[in-house]
Design a protein around this ligand. Structure first.
Ligand code: FES
Length: 348
């Protein structure tokens, strides 16, 4: 399993929309970890929620200031989870345990495209923000960067973090432009702000991008992935989501039914909570399994289901053929009842 790195919170500041930026220094991390710390990537933090239960959560790296010093932006949700607990307890000098760093979308993966569109909803802004800052720095040093258009969706104008930075960049550079779609506030349309959600016409204004980065909740990412695929079929798509699949566990009407997960490789059997994904059930029972995004994007938790009764939530990476061959993502698959037998080491 991953070795824990103790990072120190060097400073923090508040942004709009209930967002706090924390600067963390991982001075004890090895070179492998520091190389994996890339703006646009994410870091896995192990931190308690308000009930005191330690959990793993991923946060985008919004800026890397020094080899071992980086920033994350955390939004308060009001759900008493890890993000809220970080807001309430982490301050300068606090120690924040890190599990690993990884990336799916970085500047290197999109810098060779000619025209890049970025679509972000809510705190999904953190990934584009990291990439745009990197492009700004490259551009200042005279390097070529793609033309970037950023479309943001926020409930209210006052919820947009990093707004001054984005405005300044838009007004002072040729390569960057952005629009905010304001979904829950009655505003007058102007250059940077439009009322409502992006229409097909607004997507048309993206002028045939050859790469599109989408980041937001699962619902947001699924919706815009379909619309972008339809409108720009040739564009390379990069999607990130930061919310896990919906679980029935919050519903008081749903009680767990009896199920077991059997591991084909070892013969080990565990009692399964049907309100939790296979990933969460394995972790609860200290059975090692790889994971990163926990939302069906990265494919790190791929396994094979040999038999049993289960349901899955839509994901972003398995094909129909994969599913027909029994492949599943542990983070998006929920046991239903009886015995479900899985092979952790799925071969493609
Ligand atoms: S952890 Fe990324 S797909 Fe499951």
């Amino acid at each position: 399993m991953n070795q824990i790195i103790q990072a120190r919170c060097e400073y923090m500041h508040a942004e709009a929309g209930g967002v706090k930026v924390f600067a963390l220094r991982a001075s004890d991390a090895d070179a492998g970890f520091l190389n994996a710390l890339q703006p646009g990537g994410h870091v896995a933090i192990r931190y308690p929620d308000f009930s005191g239960t330690p959990q793993q959560r991923l946060y985008s790296i919004t800026r890397k200031k020094e080899p071992d010093l980086f920033e994350i932006a955390v939004k308060r949700t009001g759900h008493h989870g890890v993000s809220d607990y970080l807001h309430s307890t982490a301050k300068e000098g606090s120690i924040i345990p890190l599990q690993y760093a990884a990336s799916t979308v970085t500047v290197a993966s999109i810098s060779n495209f000619h025209r890049v569109a970025m679509l972000a909803g809510g705190i999904g802004i953190t990934l584009p923000m990291a990439l745009i800052r990197e492009f700004a720095s490259l551009s200042r040093s005279g390097k070529h960067v793609p033309a970037v258009t950023l479309l943001l969706c926020f409930p209210r104008v006052g919820d947009v973090p990093f707004l001054h930075e984005l405005l300044e960049l838009d007004l002072t550079t040729e390569w960057f432009t952005f629009r905010v779609f304001v979904t829950r506030e009655d505003i007058q349309a102007c250059t940077h702000f439009q009322p409502g959600r992006p229409t097909d016409q607004s997507l048309e204004a993206l002028q045939q991008p050859d790469a599109v980065v989408i980041c937001g909740s699962r619902t947001f990412a699924h919706e815009f992935r379909q619309r972008v695929n339809h409108r720009f079929p040739g564009a390379r798509l990069f999607a990130e989501s930061f919310t896990p699949p919906p679980s029935p566990r919050e519903s008081p009407q749903v009680s767990p039914t009896c199920a077991r997960i059997l591991l084909a490789e070892t013969g080990c059997a565990i009692e399964a909570d049907t309100r939790k994904s296979i990933l969460e059930n394995l972790e609860t029972n200290n059975i090692p399994i790889r994971s990163q995004c926990r939302s069906g994007i990265c494919g790190a938790c791929r396994l094979r289901i040999i038999s049993g009764n289960y349901r899955f939530e839509p994901d972003f990476c398995l094909s129909e053929g994969d599913r027909a061959n029994g492949h599943a993502l542990a983070c998006c698959t929920f046991p239903k009842s009886g015995d479900i037998t899985i092979a952790l080491h799925a071969t493609r």
